[in-house]
Design a binder for this molecule. Structure first.
Ligand SMILES: Cc1cc2nc3c(=O)[nH]c(=O)nc-3n(C[C@H](O)[C@H](O)[C@H](O)COP(=O)(O)O)c2cc1C
Length: 194
């Protein structure tokens, strides 16, 4: 069996692979926020990681419900499951909406037009509509003009999750293995029962 810090190193490597490879199970995760009505969960795509902070990032539309939740309560959970390795990561952290305009613009400019167009629809995500209507621009992603780009960028945001805790679980028929990593000035590691 690997020792805890080797396990953690391997998880950071897999998280990085998840960013690069769409087929990796860590490419997306379930983000849970707290609304006034209780917990709310949805899938988002993992975009960046910094194992030294430690933190992970995803992208979203500023108008979405999750952003309203985060403005009231920064506490979030990020849930990952890698089916091939039978590993679950339950991450607890504090979310922050990045407001570095230059950095956001740099990231926006590196995005594919097909990703950018998702931020240009007429309706806010989760807004009620009378009947189905595609919430996208009525033009090809390859015909975006400056006005479209500016509209999309004005709605685009990057959310960072400063990781407080990772609950690592590896399913094993000989006995599931479970570890808790707590991130403060130093990393505290604790085996826990599964
Ligand atoms: C595979 C998949 C990936 C998704 N990725 C994102 C994402 O990176 N960011 C995002 O805001 N929504 C993403 N969504 C849509 C969200 O799950 C959700 O429906 C939407 O953001 C509205 O959520 P909210 O109203 O709770 O904010 C994704 C959905 C799926 C199924």
């Amino acid at each position: 069996m690997l020792e805890p810090f080797q396990i953690l190193k391997s998880e950071w490597e897999n998280i990085s692979l998840g960013i690069q490879k769409a087929k990796h199970d860590y490419h997306s995760f379930v983000l849970s926020t707290i609304s006034s009505n209780g917990p709310d969960s949805r899938t988002v795509i993992l975009r960046a990681v910094d194992k030294d902070k430690p933190a992970i990032w995803f992208h979203s539309d500023k108008r979405s419900k999750k952003i309203l939740h985060l403005k009231k309560n920064k506490n979030v959970s990020a849930l990952f499951y890698d089916k091939s390795r039978k590993i679950q990561l339950r991450i607890n952290g504090l979310a922050h909406i990045e407001d570095n305009i230059k950095n956001n613009k740099r990231i926006w400019e590196s995005m594919r037009p097909e990703s950018k167009i998702c931020y240009m629809g007429p309706y806010a995500p989760s807004q009620r509509i009378n009947q189905f209507e595609p919430n996208i621009l009525e033009k090809s992603a390859h015909d975006l003009n400056e006005e479209d780009e500016n509209l999309g960028l004005s709605r685009f945001c990057r959310i960072g999750i400063k990781i407080k805790k990772i609950d690592w679980l590896k399913l094993d028929y000989k006995g599931h293995q479970r570890l808790e990593f707590e991130f403060g000035k130093e990393i505290k590691v604790q085996w826990i029962a599964s």
